[in-house]
Ligand binder design. Structure first.
Ligand code: ADP
Length: 403
């Protein structure tokens, strides 16, 4: 079975073509600057040469058409015909309270995703464009949607409610939803497998630390709290996002600097975090390089980033009354031994013992970085959200075919 995985943004579209016989990616790529006459399409068949084209791609339907053309291209293609694509899986950022697992797309599902536009105005409309573009190019093909929020739907009200007038939850669905759920779920299942223990027996904190960052308390396999909130702005300090701040700062700064709502939103989402404190970059590699050269602002940014992450790990340990496993994943979590080391060296009160050598090794793949004696197992597990989308799509389509 061949599954096309799509992550559609407002002006971009990433894709991976999976052969589910051995869960292998056979081709992948992205279209950027959709809507412009200089859109960029990159496509790479596994084992082949990357192709880059600059072209006028004005909307998502055209972007998908171009991708499909390449997938069946005589020279560069990986499929004989489009009919070989059995189903398409989409990443959807916001599933609200309506979706606690992945589902096959039908009219009801589409209507519900549209109803949720208000909660994710930058993301959900773009995902819908992706779904419509597939319908137009591949009429009748089965589509599945996989939500970033679904895994966190197990959170109890004590975690997901905000202590503000309850009417705002009832009228406007103001509550914590959490994001990166596909990643937190994947690494937690992988961690249990690697440790050879049932997920149901473990207290785990998973740290997805990329450009966006969140950590999740996973008690016996279920998300019981997570650092991102109603939007992906809450929680940890990130590349360009502030994470937690005193909410009273917003009206105060708006008044003092005469900012509009849009401007203050942009400040907190795009001009804060590592970028704001270092004054240099939102990219952890560049922060670390600058620190090596003695840059004090970069050091300050790094220290705040680490400190805020460590406080969350402490809070979630308290939330679960203990911690058995700590997992690091995503760009920074998988690659920055500096960050992992700084966090873990300050968690010795939990009986956590870092294996300095294992942490420092430049290797990829799943690995343990705690000592054999450590009371808390610390793992680095590369995330693979696309694989989860491909698997969910495969399973749901197979189930639907049985009926
Ligand atoms: P996204 O959230 O956009 O998917 P990623 O998960 O790819 O982001 O993470 C990007 C972040 O990972 C960037 O801050 C980047 O600097 C960081 N990163 C990637 N490789 C390294 C590395 N070797 N050392 C430190 N940070 C790294």
């Amino acid at each position: 079975m061949n599954i096309l995985v799509i992550n559609a943004g407002s002006s971009s579209l990433k894709f991976q073509m999976y052969n589910m016989v051995n869960e292998e990616v056979v081709a992948s790529g992205r279209v950027e600057r959709i809507g412009m006459d200089t859109a960029i399409l990159s496509y790479e068949p596994v084992g082949g040469k990357e192709i880059r084209e600059v072209d006028e791609i004005l909307e998502h339907t055209m972007a998908i058409r171009k991708v499909l053309e390449l997938l069946v291209h005589k020279e560069h293609g990986v499929l004989a015909s489009i009919a070989e694509i059995d189903a398409v899986g989409h990443r959807i950022v916001h599933g609200g309270e309506s979706f606690s697992s992945s589902v096959v797309v039908d009219e009801v599902v589409k209507k519900e995703i549209k109803r949720l536009f208000d909660l994710a105005p930058l993301h959900n409309p773009a995902h819908m464009l992706g779904i419509a573009a597939v319908e137009q190019n591949m009429p009748g093909v089965s589509q599945v949607v996989v939500f970033d929020t679904a895994f966190h739907q197990t959170m109890p009200a004590t975690s997901y409610l905000y202590p503000i007038p309850l009417v705002l939850y009832k009228k406007h669905q103001v509550r914590r939803y959490g994001f990166h759920g596909t990643s937190h779920e994947y690494v937690s299942q992988r961690a249990a497998k690697l440790l050879g223990k049932p997920l149901e027996s473990l207290k785990m904190v998973t740290c997805h630390i990329g450009n966006g960052a969140s950590c999740t308390a996973i008690l016996h396999g279920k998300s019981v709290d997570t650092s991102m909130g109603m939007t992906p702005l809450e929680g940890l300090m990130m590349g360009t996002r502030s994470g937690d701040i005193d909410p009273a700062i917003v009206p105060y700064v708006m008044g003092k600097e005469e900012l509009t709502l849009n401007e203050v939103n942009s400040m907190l989402n795009k001009h804060s975090g590592l970028m704001a404190i270092s004054g240099l970059s939102s990219d952890m590699r560049e922060i670390q390089d600058a620190m090596d050269k003695g840059d004090r602002s970069a050091k300050q940014a790094f220290e705040m980033y680490e400190y805020r992450l460590r406080k969350y790990i402490g809070a979630y340990t308290a939330a679960m009354n203990g911690l058995d496993v700590l997992v690091f994943t995503a760009g920074v979590g998988e690659n920055s031994s500096l960050l992992r080391g700084a966090v873990c060296r300050n968690l010795t009160y939990l009986g956590l013992e870092l294996d300095e050598q294992a942490n420092g090794k430049r290797v990829s793949g799943d690995r343990a970085i705690s000592t054999a004696e450590s009371r808390v197992q610390v793992l680095v597990i590369p995330t693979n959200e696309e694989l989860v989308i491909a698997r969910d799509t495969y399973q749901l389509i197979a189930k639907a075919a049985e009926k």
